[in-house]
Write a protein that binds this ligand. Structure first.
Ligand code: SME
Length: 182
């Protein structure tokens, strides 16, 4: 079954994000599987945002909590593992506190990075990336994953993206069955 998504008629980014909210509601309508919903969300954002902004957004996807991550002594370790995405092959494992994704996860807040070369510890999965935004997915106070977008130009994202993507993250957190992640 394909989600019944109404194509966006947006002429600017703010309109795109109000349409996006409805599109993500349609993605999760009758579907609770997190892999399925994160995969379709990545596709909707990647193709939609590239079209409306004309910017070279080169990666849109998710990292989720890695239940298998352990310290050398076998104790559980807070880490993220690559989830569904659109774009080129990406790093698979990121510790909480590392890179933009792990820092957003550890600090439980969105990181809007206008120039990744000025972010100490940025993990360069693709050397073409120059800006990035990472939005945590928070369930009952706990970070269960992050939504990550990369762009090939500096200042690829702004506060409009932040507000829109935070809304998407909230919808997904509430609508998915997170078995396997938590
Ligand atoms: N740049 C990220 C790593 C993930 S990729 O961008 C897909 C980071 O610094 O955490």
């Amino acid at each position: 079954m394909t989600p019944n998504i109404t194509p966006s008629t947006a002429s600017n980014k703010a309109e795109f994000y109000s349409d996006l909210e409805l599109q993500i509601q349609a993605v999760v309508d009758g579907q609770r599987n997190w892999v399925t919903n994160l995969a379709n969300t990545s596709a909707v954002i990647y193709h939609g945002l590239r079209a409306i902004t004309g910017k070279p957004i080169n990666w849109v996807g998710f990292y989720v909590l890695d239940q298998e991550a352990k310290t050398s002594s076998g104790a559980p370790k807070e880490a993220l593992i690559l989830g569904p995405f659109q774009g080129k092959i990406a790093c698979t494992n990121i510790l909480f506190g590392r890179g933009v994704c792990g820092t957003a996860a550890a600090e439980k807040r969105t990181l809007l990075v206008k120039d990744v070369h000025e972010f100490r510890g940025h993990i360069a999965c693709d050397s073409a990336t120059n800006s990035e935004i990472v939005v945590p997915l928070i369930l009952e106070g706990r970070v269960i994953g992050v939504l990550d977008l990369d762009c090939e130009v500096t200042e690829g994202f702004d506060e409009v993206d932040q507000a829109g993507l935070e809304t998407v993250a909230k919808i997904l957190v509430g609508a998915c069955d997170w078995r396997g992640v938590i």
